[in-house]
Design a protein around this ligand. Structure first.
Ligand code: PEP
Ligand code: MN
Length: 339
């Protein structure tokens, strides 16, 4: 929609119309009491490239259609995307995915023990980072390739599929060899080259919302993966930067029902990174179930005080079974059972 200034005359309106028509869009001139608006129905990309904002008599150009194409439920894709990861349904309105594990693979023993605990409590996937994005370059960055081997061993023993982060395109073949789901971390949500690499690996992609990214930007990032022909994308709300400093990030729970309205992709919530405080993880996990999330991803450790990364937000492994039971009860209120 092109809104003209009150001073715009016939010649300026005609010039805008003529320029729009060069793209083949359908043009509708809508004269109002004060200003004239010109509607353009057709390819928004081509209209965006016309430089209409700079034309004489144009006040503003207001996009009406959404900027994300493939992730949108507005165009061709109305039905929710549902897929199985090793037999566990993701995105079905009747299932709730409980993804749990350590922040970081620290050792074989630590990872296998947590994997057994979360498997026994009904988790459908094991999380754990072998390559960690750390704010300080001097912090522990993960075990790297041996960490991936440990995750594979945990899968072999527990049967849990593994979700782990792809931090660098150079690691893609190795990570794809060990991961069942490729995680793109919040800090890389707008690393478009990495998104394209992840989209080509033939595995589901868990895409975390950027620390300061809008939901439109999240869905456009998802489009980068989807355009590689990969339909299996899981969106993850993990908290965003706001003025509030009491919690590590601010969990944007309204993102869940908003995304459910505007995209066909499954949506999960990460209450661990959002809050940074294990005492908040259960209430936020229950809230995630209440607002219709398709699952949660949470961090668990046997000895969080000695964790190499994110200890304060890790649930005690000894509490995990009770946690899972209570969250499952809340998911059941929304008609969902653990997948
Ligand atoms: C993680 O899940 O391990 C992680 C680093 O999360 P985020 O990218 O959301 O900070
Ligand atoms: Mn973490």
């Amino acid at each position: 929609m092109v809104v003209m200034t009150p001073e715009a005359g016939e010649a300026e309106i005609a010039a805008v119309r003529a320029r729009l028509e060069t793209t083949g869009v359908h043009v509708l001139v809508l004269p109002g009491e004060l200003t004239t608006a010109i509607g353009a129905i057709g390819d928004p990309e081509r209209v965006a490239e016309l430089g209409l904002e700079g034309m004489a008599g144009v006040d503003r150009v207001v996009p009406i259609s959404r900027p994300y194409k493939l992730a949108s439920s507005e165009f061709a894709h109305h039905e929710p995307t549902v897929f199985a990861v090793d037999g566990h349904m993701i995105g079905a309105p009747s299932t709730f995915a409980l993804i749990a594990g350590p922040c970081t693979v620290e050792s074989r023993d630590q990872t296998l023990r947590v994997a057994r605990t979360v498997a026994a409590a009904g988790a459908c996937m094991l999380r754990g980072g072998a390559f960690k994005p750390r704010t300080s370059p001097f912090a522990f960055k993960g075990l790297g390739p041996p960490g991936l081997e440990i995750l594979s061993e945990a899968r072999a023993e527990t049967g849990l599929p593994v979700v782990t982060e792809l931090l660098d395109a150079a690691h893609a073949p190795l990570v794809a060899e060990h991961a069942d789901v490729i995680q793109i971390g919040a800090r890389n949500m707008q690393n478009y080259a990495l998104l394209e690499v992840a989209g080509k690996l033939g595995k589901p992609v868990l895409l975390k919302r950027g620390l300061s990214s809008s939901l439109d930007e999240l869905l456009m990032a998802a489009d980068y993966v989807l355009k590689e022909g990969n339909e299996r994308v899981i969106l993850c709300e993990r908290g965003i930067r706001t003025f509030e400093t009491a919690t590590r990030f601010t969990l944007d729970l309204s993102a869940v029902p908003w995304l459910k309205l505007h995209t066909h992709l499954p949506v999960i919530v990460d209450p661990s990174h959002a809050s940074g405080d294990r005492r908040l993880v259960e209430p936020l996990a229950r809230a995630a179930a209440a607002v219709g999330a398709d699952g949660i991803i949470v961090e668990v450790h046997e000895d969080p005080e000695h964790a190499l990364c994110d200890g304060p937000q890790a649930l005690y492994a000894s509490d995990f079974a009770g946690f899972a039971e209570r969250v499952a009860a809340h998911a059941a209120l929304d008609g969902r059972a653990l997948s």
